[in-house]
Design a protein around this ligand. Structure first.
Ligand SMILES: Cc1cc2nc3c(=O)[nH]c(=O)nc-3n(C[C@H](O)[C@H](O)[C@H](O)COP(=O)(O)O)c2cc1C
Length: 321
């Protein structure tokens, strides 16, 4: 993005068109709150104007409620954070009965993040959501161990991921299905193409990186679990490359996330081909980060004389370094 002077008379950052499309879904801007870092959206409604956001992705939903991992569940690390929440959630039926009716009152697209520990669990969650009103789409978190197949991650094996996504797509008749990829694969392009072939409507890139922190004196983990997931600015450069690798090889849209904190981070992800971004860990340091970023992205575009954010999409030119 060049830095042209935007002092055009009578125009302001409010004139920048931030709206983006992710497949058939339209968002008022490309900033969505990320799964697991924004509760069910409702918890943030007194701090953030939800209707200013592009969208909200819910906490991961399973068929049965899950009480989660023992404390401590989060740990600050240099430039990031480790978490081992253990996928705590109220379960999809309680979400539909208690949370969704309140969330529907806000004019903001809601994407339900779905997970399970076997294929049937995933499908049950989708079926329960299919009967509910007030959702824009689904995001399948495939970074979960399949208990029926010895704990292997769905997201680590293209054959297992394909089978899951194919059946999830058949169950998700009413709404688009996004698939959230694991970053921990040898070639993310292979995984991306595999799930695209099964009908994924968009890809979310990516989840946290498996990591750990211990105290060698006590011989114990600093989390309640032996390992956790690393997120925040520490992972941003790695994920930026993954987003670029994925955007190059698929036709479906890519939604990027990993360490987004500033307007530049958002625009970098768009420049390597993302259609939208999600904000995760930044909401822990500043619960209003996502709403703040909407304003900052508008100002950044205005300063560079960009009045339609889509002009920046895919702006990265690898051939010039
Ligand atoms: C506390 C916490 C809980 C999370 N829970 C979920 C979840 O339930 N489902 C999911 O797909 N991703 C979950 N994530 C991953 C985030 O959505 C995101 O992919 C990751 O943190 C990278 O983005 P960030 O660096 O902006 O946080 C969680 C992350 C954190 C930090």
């Amino acid at each position: 993005m060049s830095s042209r002077n935007a002092s055009l008379p009578g125009r302001s950052p409010a004139d920048v068109d931030l709206s983006v499309a992710v497949g058939t879904l339209r968002f008022r801007n490309p900033i969505l709150a990320a799964s697991g870092t924004f509760g069910y959206g409702l918890e943030f409604a007194h701090l953030v104007d939800l209707e200013k956001l592009g969208g909200v992705v819910t906490k991961g939903l399973s068929w049965e409620p899950i009480s989660g991992a023992p404390a401590p569940r989060v740990l600050p690390t240099p430039s990031g954070m480790l978490n081992a929440i253990g996928l705590q959630n109220v379960g999809v039926r309680a979400f539909v009965a208690q949370k969704l009716p309140l969330l529907r009152k806000f004019s903001v697209p809601v994407i339900a993040n779905v997970f399970g520990d076997c294929q049937e669990d995933y499908l049950e969650v989708i079926r329960a959501l299919e009967d509910a009103e007030g959702l824009a789409g689904y995001e399948l978190n495939i970074s979960c161990p399949n208990v029926k197949r010895g704990g292997l991650q769905f997201g680590g094996d293209p054959a297992m991921a394909s089978e899951l996504v194919g059946s999830a797509k058949r169950a998700a008749n009413r709404r688009p299905l996004w698939v959230k990829l694991s970053p921990l694969v040898a070639d993310i392009g292979v995984m991306a193409r595999a799930v695209e072939a099964e009908g994924a409507d968009a890809l979310t890139v990516a989840n946290t990186y498996p990591a750990m922190a211990i105290d060698h004196r006590t011989g114990r983990s600093l989390l309640g679990n032996p390992t956790g997931g690393l997120s925040g600015p520490a992972i941003r450069p790695i994920t930026l490359r993954l987003v670029w690798e994925v955007a190059k090889v698929v036709k479906i849209p890519v939604v990027a996330l990993g360490g987004v904190e500033t307007a530049s981070d958002v625009l970098d992800y768009l420049a390597v081909g993302a259609a939208a971004v999600q904000v995760g860990t930044a909401s822990f340091a500043d619960p209003r980060a996502s709403e703040r970023l909407v304003g900052e992205v508008s100002s950044a575009c205005f300063t560079s004389n960009i009045f339609n954010i889509n002009e920046l999409r895919g702006h990265f030119r690898p051939e010039i370094g």
